[in-house]
Design a protein around this ligand. Structure first.
Ligand SMILES: Nc1ncnc2c1ncn2[C@@H]1O[C@H](COP(=O)(O)OP(=O)(O)OP(=O)(O)O)[C@@H](O)[C@H]1O
Length: 253
């Protein structure tokens, strides 16, 4: 194992009913690195991330967190990982604070630590005003934010976040960006997927572009985007023919 390796993905593959969703993908996310995974709808990003954190069994390949396989029976990979999956299954008939309390205790944190961290997380996610609202009644963005709070609660060393900023308002997004930036500066590792290229350019030092289940480009942000923007580079890589120039001739006539 590379000593600086936070998440090491080797040959992960998955098919659904004969259709290949992810085809032998390798990725290396280093400690102290902000890694962005981008690519068109259906490229295989969510499937890859689910396998990378041990929430979906791969057909082939491995994923190791700080050197330990995610399917290892012990608790260490789970302790080291903070995960925001795409479709979040939360105990919904709890308030945000109750949910954090429940998950914090379940993860073996002391009550006092859970209380302090929950207060801070609800504060930075701007959810303190919703103390009486059950998660089931949260808006889409609020659900995303409480999901992020649950991912951060146990102070993991590696964060895997599927579309973390989707539906999150700009004020919350700004504080979240600062928090994640500090986390990486202190040696944490973040792997996130996003369709917002400006955000990936702002945050990530390393990117991988997925298309049709494969990584078709990857490396330092500057290398992948070249002289132009990341958006242009990703469109050129994933849809070299059209450049997004299709028209609906009847629309607005
Ligand atoms: N549970 C499933 N059953 C069948 N097919 C699936 C399943 N999950 C994903 N797929 C298929 O696998 C492919 C990759 O899907 P995936 O959700 O990983 O893409 P994605 O890159 O995350 O897309 P998006 O950007 O739209 O979220 C798609 O063709 C999708 O239809």
């Amino acid at each position: 194992m590379n000593v600086a390796s936070a998440l090491s993905i080797r040959g992960l593959s998955k098919s659904f009913g004969g259709k290949i969703a992810v085809n032998s993908v390798d990725l290396e996310v280093l400690s102290g690195s902000f890694f962005g995974l981008v690519g068109p709808n259906g490229a295989g990003k969510t499937t890859l991330l689910l396998m990378a954190v041990g929430l979906m069994r791969p057909d082939a390949g491995t994923s190791a967190v700080l050197g330990t396989d995610v399917w290892h029976r012990g608790l260490q990979p789970k302790r080291d990982l903070g995960v925001l999956p795409d479709a979040l299954a939360l105990p919904e008939f709890l308030t945000g604070r109750e949910l954090l309390n429940y998950l914090g205790r379940l993860r073996g944190l002391e009550a006092e630590i859970v209380d302090t961290r929950s207060e801070e997380l609800l504060q930075v996610m701007d959810l303190l005003g919703e103390e009486r609202t059950l998660v089931v009644d949260y808006s889409t963005g609020m659900r995303k934010k409480i999901g992020l709070a649950t991912a951060l609660l146990h102070n993991p060393r590696v964060l895997v976040l599927d579309e973390p900023f989707e539906a999150v308002d700009p004020v919350s997004a700004l504080s979240l960006k600062r928090i994640l930036g500090r986390y990486v500066a202190r040696g944490g590792a973040v792997l996130l997927s996003s369709h917002v290229m400006a955000l990936v350019e702002q945050l990530c030092d390393t990117v991988a572009v997925m298309s049709n289940g494969e990584v078709i480009a990857g490396g330092a942000l500057e290398e992948v985007r070249g002289a132009g923007s990341l958006e242009k580079a990703v469109v050129a890589l994933t849809d070299p023919g059209s450049g997004g120039a299709e028209e609906l001739s009847w629309l607005g006539t």
